[in-house]
Design a protein around this ligand. Structure first.
Ligand code: HEM
Length: 557
């Protein structure tokens, strides 16, 4: 009798025993056997870490799903040291030197299978793992974000910052009359006027701003979230990615989705899915929580599909007005080494990549910086003083590229860097595969196929580099550094990652942060609604996101 028919026979007579045999077999083959065989030598190398993490990826999957992965890994590093095993085949290494080794140009380390969980439509620049394919895509995209090219985006950034300032001024005028309303919603459910201030959650507004900017740049039109004071973006009513792309002639029915909420759902889904081994993922997709996440992935793709479809239809009809600053236009014009442009589907996938990568990264960071400045009144006062001196005219907002040029507003840049350090929206260790020949980090040689990562959250809290007051928002730590200290700080500061997979949009991101934070602080004074003890709670999917930040705003004169 074969093994399968014996199992069927057993199942017919004793279902409970069958269940126990299946579970036992699974545990043995998937958990105990790999642990005993130790294919990546992590047991032999004596890499410390929680016992359960050495046996199963479910340990990391569980802590990833809880929303505080980086804090958990940070606590492990404090307990076990710089090198910690966080999954059967994943080692977290918290040292600035490791950063330069694991993510270095030309080291042969590729992104791990973790990134497969982020693919929708087709692989984009962010989740392409193949080196040659990535180099091709990167060539098509990187020139768009060169230091010089991003200056062209300044008018668009200023336009939406201006709209945000107008909305806040309008609400402030109503607040002074003691009114309240629900625009923007967020924590606490809206805004109200009290004691000469406008009290509200700034997080939704940061999201509206970032989405409108990237919507305009990537798709040629904003989502209109700031003006509507609402989280809303259009997608095709029947969101069927591949079918929709081919049809640019017929009108399609549209519905609106809460894009920010859906982006959060997508991030949490992909993150937890990515922490599971690929063989577990089809089973996980059937669970209700993951099924809801998969729906978010599809809905979000609908935003890009909708925008690209509209664009192609207008192009075919000859009604398109092309702007120099349009990212889709730039992507369409780009040619790879064989002189080939991107196809429709690739174009859509890249537009979606830019929307995802360039939206809440920026808004989370702006919200965190506002929180940290409100929690640190001395720093806010100094920033106000620097801005007032450089820009005496109150109407000089939104700031321009010239206003924020290097060294004109050093304290502003220091506040942004300090916010990126403490909050670290990209906080977790980005996983890379050790290439053929192995890789030696922190004196340990890891064999080919081991996954290594360096957690930004933890190296941003390395007391040897930053001093003992790591949780204090102290922009001064960025000023007046001697050359050795500067080198150490630059080697450790990792908000945009380093090497061939570093953030392609970092020039745009930093310009946005300068214009947004500089303009908001020139015009407004912020205090925390709950006083200086108020915490900013976070939840981490792929990014570490604030859950809200209620503040009181007062217009400056
Ligand atoms: C404060 C804002 C931002 C932060 C902190 C940030 C951070 C990062 C980090 C850490 C990575 C590496 C991810 C990985 O290896 O898994 C990355 C990649 C990327 N970022 Fe950003 N980013 C920001 C804004 C932007 C903007 C505005 C854009 C474009 C509009 C952008 C586009 C991208 C793309 C396309 C990649 C993938 C690059 C590749 O793999 O070659 N990012 N970003």
């Amino acid at each position: 009798m074969s093994y399968t028919s014996s199992l069927f026979a057993l199942a017919a007579h004793n279902p409970l025993q069958t269940f126990a045999v299946i579970v036992g077999g699974f545990l043995f083959t998937h958990i105990f056997l790999p642990y005993l065989l130790d294919p990546y030598s992590l047991r032999r190398l004596n890499v410390p870490g929680p016992r359960l993490a050495a046996f199963s990826d479910l340990w990391l999957g569980y802590y990833s799903a809880k929303g505080h992965r980086s804090e958990t890994i940070h606590a492990l590093h404090q307990h076990y040291g710089r090198v910690v095993r966080i999954a059967p085949n994943h080692v977290s290494i918290a040292s600035p030197d490791a950063l330069q080794t694991v993510y270095a140009h030309g080291n042969g380390a590729l992104k791990s299978e973790f990134y497969d969980a982020f693919v929708s439509i087709q692989r984009g620049l962010f989740n392409t793992r193949d080196r040659t394919e990535h180099a091709r895509k990167r060539k098509l995209v990187s020139h768009i974000f060169s230091q010089k090219s991003v200056l062209e985006f300044e008018p668009h950034i200023r336009l939406y910052v201006g709209q945000l300032l107008e909305q806040w001024e309008r609400l402030f005028a109503l607040a002074l009359k003691g009114q309240r309303g629900d625009e923007g919603q967020g924590q606490g459910g809206g805004w109200e006027g009290r004691s000469g201030r406008l009290w509200m959650d700034v997080l939704p507004w940061c999201n509206f701003l970032a989405f409108d900017i990237i919507g305009d740049l990537a798709f040629g039109a904003p989502f209109g979230m700031i003006k509507a004071a609402q989280d809303s973006a259009p997608i095709p009513a029947e969101s069927q990615p591949s079918a929709d792309l081919t049809d640019t002639k017929n009108a399609i029915e549209i519905k609106h989705i809460p894009a920010v909420k859906i982006l959060n759902g997508r991030g949490e889904y992909s993150m937890s899915m990515g922490a599971l081994p690929p063989s577990y993922r089809p089973i996980a997709r059937k669970l209700p929580w993951f099924a809801a996440g998969a729906a978010d992935v599809k809905a979000l793709a609908g935003i890009a599909i909708m925008a690209v479809r509209k664009r192609l239809a207008a192009q075919e009809a000859g009604t398109l007005e092309v702007r120099k600053t349009d990212l889709l236009e730039k992507l369409q014009r780009g040619k790879d080494e064989d002189g080939k442009p991107m196809g429709k589907e690739e174009l859509t996938a890249e537009a979606l990549t830019l929307l995802i990568a360039g939206s809440d990264t920026t808004s989370n960071t702006v919200c965190a910086i506002i929180y940290l400045l409100a929690r640190t009144p001395d720093a806010q006062l100094k920033l106000h003083a620097e801005l007032d001196k450089a820009l005496p005219d109150l109407d000089s907002v939104p700031l321009t590229v010239d206003d924020v040029k290097a060294d004109r507003l050093p304290y502003l840049d220091a506040c942004i860097n300090e916010g990126l350090r403490i909050h670290s929206t990209s906080a977790l260790g980005l996983p890379r595969l050790v290439p053929q020949g192995g890789m030696t980090v922190e004196g340990v040689t890891f064999p080919e196929g081991t996954v290594l990562s360096v957690p930004s959250y933890t190296i941003h809290r390395d007391t040897d580099v930053w001093g003992s007051d790591i949780e204090t928002f102290r922009p001064e730590r960025w000023l007046g550094l001697d050359s050795d200290k500067k080198e150490l700080v630059n080697r450790t500061f990792n908000p945009f990652s380093v090497g061939p997979r570093a953030c392609v949009g970092r020039n745009l991101a930093f310009l946005e942060l300068q214009i947004i934070v500089g303009s908001l602080l020139r015009r407004w004074d912020f205090v925390l609604e709950g006083g200086l003890e108020q915490e900013m709670h976070t939840s981490e999917g792929f990014l570490r996101k604030p859950l809200g930040c209620r503040v009181g705003l007062k217009k400056r004169d």
